[in-house]
Write a protein that binds this ligand. Structure first.
Ligand code: 13P
Length: 296
């Protein structure tokens, strides 16, 4: 089913897993990302930057996600990542995206609340979910750079005020992660996550998933992370493979000989991440309340 962020994260909260939100960097890789989710029996959030949506065409992303969700019987959400401008958000909603992120994290709290609230009103009137952000995530994404020294962690008190005043469906939090951190791994601040999770009921979102140590993922899930963003790792897998295949293949050979291995490399990353996100290894599906009291 072609569905919303709210629908997939509600189910994830009920059953204590997290939903992978994978950045599609071109249209070629998209079908295999959705097939990966189908093979893992999991929902998937496909996210695009504004520039990628414009380069491919919003309607084309919508068409592929919709048709594959129906044909492959997978829950697919199409989400606009990191938008700072109402017109970009309106365009994605009007053209059929089912979820949007308004990123007001660079603004003072009151202004972030006011602008996020306006997005929520428009989006909810169109049946679309909204992710907001509080605190700053380090690194560079789509030309926006946040320096290590300018990173601000999410304040749990602000989080309470923000979710209440805006009505967002998901909250991106800053607990130490960075966008585009491919080579090293993040020191995630689990005590802060626990505080935020205890203070708000809204599903929480991790950005900069490439830099998160896979050993930390279960703990993140067990403390309320319901959307887990991964972008750079897919980009690197596609590009590395492309460099090899384009180098080896004759110019006159069909392009699919170059492209299929790239899409396969992305598919393997998505499948691997989802296998951890579904949190199947050390538990039977059960709600956090039931886990707390030890009900089987
Ligand atoms: P990475 O590219 O670091 O995985 O982050 C993705 C992301 O958070 C998209 O918003």
């Amino acid at each position: 089913m072609y569905t919303t962020l709210k629908a997939v994260t509600s189910k994830a909260e009920e059953l204590n897993y997290t939903v992978g939100a994978f950045n599609a960097h071109n249209l070629e890789m998209l079908p295999d990302m959705i097939r990966a989710a189908k093979e893992q029996g999991s929902p998937i959030i496909i996210q695009t930057s504004i520039d990628t949506a414009k380069y491919i065409g919003h309607e084309n992303f919508v068409a592929v996600c919709q048709s594959m969700a129906t044909k492959e019987m997978v829950d697919v959400v199409l989400h606009l990542d990191h938008a700072r401008n109402f017109d970009d958000i309106k365009e994605a909603i009007d053209k059929g995206y089912t979820s949007v992120m308004y990123d007001g994290s660079h603004l003072p709290l009151k202004e972030n609340i006011m602008k996020t609230r306006a997005v929520v009103e428009y989006a909810h009137a169109h049946g679309v979910s909204v992710e907001g952000e509080l605190g700053t995530i380090g690194g560079t994404e789509e030309g926006i750079h946040v320096d290590e020294n300018d990173k601000v962690f999410t304040d749990p008190k602000d989080a309470v005020e923000f979710v209440k005043a805006t009505g967002v469906d998901a909250l991106a939090i800053a607990i130490g992660t960075n966008h585009g951190q491919y080579k090293s791994k993040t020191n995630v601040n689990i005590p802060l996550l626990k505080e935020i999770d205890a203070a708000v009921d809204t599903p929480l979102v991790i950005h900069g998933g490439t830099g998160v140590n896979e050993q930390d993922i279960h703990e993140l899930i067990n403390n309320g992370i319901r959307k887990f963003n991964v972008g750079t790792e897919l980009l690197v897998a596609w590009t590395k493979t492309a460099k090899e295949t384009f180098e080896e293949t004759k110019e006159t050979k069909s392009l699919r000989h170059n492209i299929i291995p790239c899409n396969q490399a992305v598919k393997e990353v998505v499948k691997h991440k989802i296998s951890i996100f579904m949190n199947k290894e050390d538990r039977i599906f059960m709600s956090r309340e039931k886990q707390a009291v030890g009900v089987k």
